[in-house]
Design a protein around this ligand. Sequence first.
Ligand code: SF4
Ligand code: SF4
Length: 366
Amino acid sequence: MGILDKLERKLYKKRVPMAVTIEVTKRCNLDCIHCYVDHEDLDVELSIKDFKGVIDQLYDLGVIIIVLSGGELFYKKGIWELMEYIRFKKMGLKIITAATLLNKSDADRLKDLGILEVGISIYSHKAEVHDFITRKEGSFKKTLEMATYLREIGVLVVSKTLIMNLNYKDIIDVYNMSVERGIIPQFDMSISDAQNDARDPKQFSLTSEQIVELYQNKEVREILYNTKSFEDTYCKPKYEYQDEDERCNIGRTAMWINAKGEVFPCIQFQYPVGDLKIDSLKDIWYNNPKIDKVLEMAKYKNYKACHNCEAVKYCSPCIALTVRENRTDCNTTNHKEAFAIKKVFEELDAKKENLDLSSLSDYLTK
Ligand code: SF4
Ligand code: SF4
């Protein structure tokens, strides 16, 4: 076991998140068609001074890496001061941005800060598709230019591609475009529900037939399995478990803080477990019946619908998605994806064309 794995295990046991994502603002210069952010309460966002206090509390908790996101984080006045403060505390810094507000000297400044990773949303290799999704003409050119420049100066860049019914045919080209530039591609199919009723991002979800179409393509299948997905890196789903084990990192090493200072047990879970304007982070995380309830919910024994589900080995069940649908059993996103993958793998098994791996979980856990 490597040093990082050992550290991660230690933090897991103590329920200390290794990395915490902070939404520093809900404001954004783009208007992505699938955006889940509610863009409400813009006047009650924490100030940079408040966020510095949050960083101090995260530092005291033992958190090692801070991931800043938005909205568009570069829309936040004083964001450079916050990033410098994080580095001053000797914490690792990652950001998620569309990069359209950056110029080359900003990119140089990020490198000088010793940034660990810049995650950039890239929806297609075609400008017209990307710009249609961001609803901002010229955004593809700006985003790709900045992603390419950041790589040229030696910054680690991850392209984050949400696969929707608008761009699912572009996976191979996006993969190649990223790899050619030294950018690490990452794909994800889970479209989040909107934070309010004004939007309906789920209308852009893939149908079962489209998921089957993707997995039937050997090249796409290999790309999807060989690029780390959101679930692999953040949720860390477990495939071997006892009844008392939690199925994922919710409430343990996954933590999300929104622009208002509300704390969530993971980025998909829509109910806050506390408010940093009122309580300390230590009390919210360690002295809180709400968190206890989330941890109890996350135990394998409580995923009752999954116990006898035919598709369980093709699924990363997400309790947050189930709660979002006001259900206690399965959810439509997991169900659709798991059964589509199962169908393809059974067809491949029948034709003896499966990849040289015994099961999907081998892929997902490697
Ligand atoms: S498809 Fe639904 S019931 Fe089956 S394993 Fe996934 S979340 Fe559980
Ligand atoms: S509840 Fe879902 S999004 Fe949250 S950590 Fe678990 S699998 Fe990931």
